[in-house]
Ligand binder design. Sequence first.
Ligand code: JS2
Length: 306
Amino acid sequence: MSDHRFSSVPTEEEPGCCHLSRKAKVCLGVLLCVLVAVAVVVGVLKWPRAPPPRAWNGTGSTPHFSEIVLGRCFTYTQLLRPELGHADCGQIGKAFMNAFLSKDPCHSSEQDYQLLLKLTNQTIPCHSSVFWSKSSQLAHLYTTVQQDMFTLEDTLIGYIADGLNWCGDAGSNEMNYQSCPHWRKDCINNPVSVFWDTVSKRFAENACGVVQVVLNGSISNTFDKNSTFGRVEIHNLHPGKVSVLKAWVMHDIGGVYSYHTCSSPIIDDLKLILSKRNIPFTCEDDYRPIKFLQCVKSPEDSSCRK
Ligand code: JS2
C-alpha cells in the first residue's frame, strides 16, 4: 500500500474532513444554500409589513405636501411679507408634519398644532382682519387688491395650508395619499378640520379694531351658525379689542335671486349673537369696493352702471 500522506495531489476517493466525499460536500453546500434561500424568502414574506393605511371616504393627502408647505413658507416669508423673513421654514415644515404623522387621523386635536401656531405667530394690524363665509373667492379678490387687509389665507399659516389636504395613520409614519377622513362620513376630528378650526380661532382672537366679514346674500345660508365663521370665529372675537364687526352682504351679479340682505332675519341672528357678546355690528349690502371687483368681470351688467 503506497503511503502518500506527504504527496500534494489528493485523490477523489479519499475521504475529506469528517470523512465526507467531495460530492457529499457539494451536495451539503447546495442544500445549505437552498435552505438559506428558503429561509430568506419565508423571512421576506413573513416580515411584518405596516398594515395598509385605513381607507377613508375623503380625498387623500395632496401629493408633494411637504414640498408645497416648505415652498409656500419661503415664498411668503422671503417674497410676499419679508418682514417675516426671520421665520424658520424648516422648523415650520417639521412642526406641521409632526402635527399629524403617525397619529390616528380621527383623534386630531388643537394641541397637535400648538408648536406650528407658535412658529407662525403673526401680528395682524387692527382694522384689517377680513372674515368670510361661503364667499372665499370674493373675499380674496378684495384682499388681493387691498394688500393692507388680511383674510386668514393672507396670513403665513393660512397661506401655507390653503387648499391642501393631509392625514397620516397611527400604524405608519407615512402620509396617506390614498384617502383621508371625510369630516361628515368618517369623523369631525380629522387633521384638516381641526387645523382650520384651530387657526380660525387664533385669527379671531388676534383681531382688533374694526373687523369685516364678507357674506354671500345669493345663497340660503348667508349666515350659518355651523360654519367656521358662525361656530368658531364670532365666538372668539374679543369684545375688549374689537370695536365693531362690519358685515358686507354681497350678491352675485346677474344673480336671479338675492336670498338675503342686511334687513333679513338671518342677519338679525348674527347681530343678536354679537350683541350678547357686546360687539357692535353694522351691515352693508353690496359694499361698493367689492361690487367694483364683481363689475370688472361683468361690466355690462345694469347693476354696474349705477
Ligand atoms: C381655507 C378652509 C382651505 O372667515 C373664514 C376664514 O377665516 C376661514 O378659516 O373660516 C372662515 C370661512 O369658513 P366658513 O364660514 O365655514 O365658510 P365656508 O365657505 O362654508 O367654508 C370654507 C372652509 C373653511 C375652512 N377651510 N379655509 N382654505 O383650504 C380650507 N379648508 C377648510 N376646511
